[in-house]
Design a protein around this ligand. Structure first.
Ligand code: NAD
Length: 328
């Protein structure tokens, strides 16, 4: 079976070659994002796989259908770039990818520690041979209460990772689960905000979670609270973050994702003028650590994303289903 792979990154090529050979799939690899203009390239293929930069609209799906495409996979967990309802209507099967929560969970613990030990400032000083200690005093995890908001796959893994540090662990979720209750104490949202020294976000972006961290919720938190966001930028109102950092209500921010990151992250924008004031204003603070939406990015996750992308299409074509199918 022939599959057309869009948005192929250099680091995915090895996995594509190995997995394609293992599963007996013929692969056409392309670095471009899928568009209506380049849709003709998929002629002769039965499946198409992509990442998240292209918009898989009804019009593009109709074109794919006309060209003989029966199955589509996105090598991402998120699938809001695909019109799933239109795919269903057209009889095109769609699946997403899956990877273990450990990569993001490990990264989150690193962010927490970097914030807690003023590591950004220490690193800056090292570049200019400033080996002074002033202002770098940190805190120990065992003295602190850490709260995980959103106790799904990643949130739970962060809690498990944190167990060895001896900190007091609190949890908040709209749906509680037993596995979390075994390692942390669920509390009400008000108590959560009041008691946590560090809060890490792990819920999806929904209309109910957009800007859940805002001026009002920040006001309920401890002075000097450390906020970590390795989930989605829009969970936090960046205006409120600026105010919180300026007023020193927020002690440190660790962000792998920030509101308005689209078009900035995963690209080399060194010579460009970038219009995202809050991003770049926040970026300059000694106590704000920002990374380029890379918490997921491990060898293991890339392997899993490519495997789901290829295997999902083959399984859907053969049996009409696969474990991550979205068009049931
Ligand atoms: P999941 O679906 O397993 O868990 C999400 C949890 O959030 C669920 O338990 C859900 O009940 C909870 N939740 C929903 N609304 C809530 C609310 N208002 N308050 C508190 N909790 C709420 O998802 P997951 O696999 O753990 O992933 C979590 C998020 O991490 C994803 O949605 C994604 O946005 C983000 N993510 C980021 C990266 C990265 O590279 N930075 C990679 C993967 C995932």
């Amino acid at each position: 079976m022939k599959i057309y792979a869009y948005e192929v990154r250099e680091d995915e090529r090895r996995a594509f070659a190995r997995i394609g050979a293992e599963l007996g799939a013929e692969l056409a690899l392309d670095t471009a994002a899928p568009t209506l203009e380049n849709a003709e390239s998929v002629r002769g293929c039965e499946g198409v796989t992509m990442l998240g930069q292209g918009k898989i609209s009804q019009e593009l799906l109709e074109k794919y259908r006309e060209l003989g495409i029966r199955c589509i996979s996105t090598r991402t967990i998120g699938y809001n770039h695909i019109d799933i309802a239109a795919a269903k209507e057209l009889g095109i099967r769609v699946c997403n990818s899956n990877y273990a929560p450990n990569g993001v969970a490990d990264f989150t613990v690193m962010m927490i520690l970097m914030c807690l030990r003023n590591y950004k400032q220490a690193m800056w000083r090292g570049y200019v041979n400033d080996f002074s200690l002033g202002g770098l005093e940190g805190r120990e995890m065992r003295s602190l209460t850490i709260g995980i908001m959103g106790t799904g796959r990643i949130g739970l893994q962060v809690l498990k990772n944190l167990q060895g540090f001896g900190c007091h662990l609190l949890a908040y979720d709209v749906y509680q689960n037993e596995a979390t209750a075994r390692v942390a104490q669920y509390v009400s949202l008000d108590e959560f905000y009041r008691e946590c020294d560090i809060i890490s976000l792990h819920m999806p972006l929904l209309s109910s979670t957009k800007h859940i961290i805002n001026a009002e919720s920040i006001a309920k938190m401890k002075d000097g609270v450390i906020l970590v966001n390795c989930a989605r930028g829009e969970l936090m109102d960046s205006e409120a973050l600026v105010e919180g950092i300026e007023s020193m209500k927020i002690g440190a921010l660790g962000m792998d994702t920030l509101e308005g990151e689209e078009g900035i992250i995963h690209r080399d924008r060194r010579t460009d003028i970038i219009a995202n004031r809050n991003w770049f204003y926040l970026h300059q603070f000694r106590n704000v650590i920002m990374t380029q939406h890379m918490a997921f990015y491990t060898e293991e996750a890339v392997e899993s994303m490519v495997r789901c992308g290829v295997e999902g299409i083959l399984q859907m074509a053969e049996s009409g289903d696969c474990p991550t199918m979205l068009t049931r």
